[in-house]
Design a protein around this ligand. Structure first.
Ligand code: FMN
Length: 411
């Protein structure tokens, strides 16, 4: 099992003490500590289009709401007189030894949230010591984001072009591997964008913008550039203004409008020599198919409610899937995670790793790299303290499991 060099704090709850000490000196934190305040501040800072893009969801937003409500239906059961010195937050996932049981979910188009874009996020992830998952829809090339992430643990998220573009997919995978991305995360729920009234109302699709906002990986890909040039009279444009043609072209490559099939996973296995994770799994049936296809992990996710409105909350899908396949591959979780106690509940239901989505992007919008670090630090401190106060001595399943939570009856 390999370990990346980084300097994570084994006891992130220290943060609390340092904030109160600073308070005694009359220093108040420059960024607040609650999710609600991050959301509000990001709303104030961002233009209407960027705010709509991150905050918005599919349809009436019922899936997004259901994701968050699902966490409220579980309560942590604290145990007493357990002299836990400090909880052990380390975990092992996909053959990697990790300092914490959280990772950054892949989120595209960082440049619409902060000018430091993926650089800020990749650096913050490395400094805090959590895996950075880079989106195919990034505003930065694979190589540049990898350089910013330096010695960090990094995974690459694929929006998967259709077969006619296999040569482009191969090129992207080769670049990601060469740039030190260890795991491949394949998103299955977004071969076309969902119906998002918040973006429709502003007529805003960041992928169609004539710059590199959501298409930097395509624009920097040699095979894509060759193909584009072949289709458009022999030369890839040096002039950025022509990106108004190549950006939508790339958009159609990565959001082809139709899904791949289970058989197609063979192609990815042949072209990626590390662990492969399927993101967007919601059913036991699909989880079993992932095992049959030889996958190394799955992420139970409904894309934060951004794709299908009226969808089942992801948290409700987690335990049955863990029971069916948890001993055969690594089951991970995202959608609706906002606090340390949300992380605990998802881990208790059997997730091995929990992805943070919107909260860190709010941090990015508020304060760039420092904002992302702040949000991650807060979630980790909350996680650490809440575990300790609940008498749970580690995030490993022998200590943190379904005995630690109970269903709260709904009125
Ligand atoms: C603004 C935004 C952009 C996203 N972009 C991607 C992406 O490029 N690839 C991907 O697999 N998921 C993407 N997601 C989904 C996240 O990876 C994750 O599933 C989701 O944020 C979890 O929901 P939550 O943020 O409400 O917790 C995006 C989510 C948001 C909010």
């Amino acid at each position: 099992m390999s370990t990346h060099r980084r300097h994570p704090d084994p006891q992130p709850a220290h943060l609390q003490g340092s904030v109160y000490e600073a308070g005694l000196r009359g220093e108040k934190p420059s960024i607040p500590y609650s999710y609600e305040a991050w959301e509000e501040l990001a709303h104030e800072k961002l233009p209407k289009t960027s705010w709509g893009y991150i905050h918005g969801s599919a349809g009436a937003g019922t899936t997004d709401q259901a994701n968050k409500d699902a966490f409220k239906r579980w309560g942590i059961i604290p145990s007493r007189l357990i002299p836990t010195v400090r909880p052990d937050l380390t975990t092992a996932v996909l053959g990697r030894q990790l300092a914490y049981p959280i990772a950054l979910a892949p989120v595209g188009v960082h440049s619409i949230f902060h000018p430091d874009k993926e650089f800020a996020v990749a650096k913050a992830a490395e400094e805090v010591g959590v895996p950075y998952t880079m989106s195919t829809a990034s505003s930065t090339s694979i190589e540049d984001a990898a350089a910013a992430n330096s010695n960090g643990e990094r995974w690459y998220q694929l929006y998967w072009p259709q077969k006619e573009h296999d040569s482009i997919t191969k090129s992207i995978l080769k670049r990601a591997r060469a740039s030190g991305f260890t795991a491949l995360v394949v998103t299955l729920d977004t071969y076309i964008l969902g119906w998002r009234p918040c973006d429709l109302d502003t007529g805003y699709n960041p992928f169609l913008i004539a710059d590199t906002t959501g298409v930097a990986i395509g624009m920097s890909d040699p095979v894509f550039r060759e193909q584009w040039a072949a289709d458009h009279g022999g030369k890839y444009p040096d002039d950025e203004s022509q990106l108004k043609e190549s950006a939508p072209y790339w958009d159609r490559v990565v959001f082809p409008g139709v899904s791949h099939s289970w058989e197609d996973l063979k192609f990815l296995k042949e072209n990626w020599d590390g662990p492969i994770v399927l993101k967007g799994i919601q059913t036991v049936r699909d989880a079993k198919k992932a095992v049959e296809a030889g996958m190394d992990g799955i992420i139970i996710s409904n894309h934060g409610g951004r794709q299908v409105d009226g969808c089942v909350p992801s948290l409700d899908c987690l335990a049955p899937i863990v029971d069916a396949v948890g001993d055969k591959l690594d089951v991970m979780y995202d959608s609706g995670v906002r606090t340390g106690s949300d992380v605990i509940k998802a881990l208790a239901l059997g997730a091995k790793l929990v992805f943070i989505g919107r909260p860190y992007i709010y941090g990015l919008a508020i304060g760039g790299q420092e904002g992302v670090k702040h949000v991650l630090g807060a979630i980790l401190a909350d996680l650490d303290l809440t575990l300790q106060l609940s008498g749970i001595s580690s995030v490993k399943s022998q200590d943190l499991n379904r005995d630690c939570i109970q269903r709260i009856p709904t009125a």
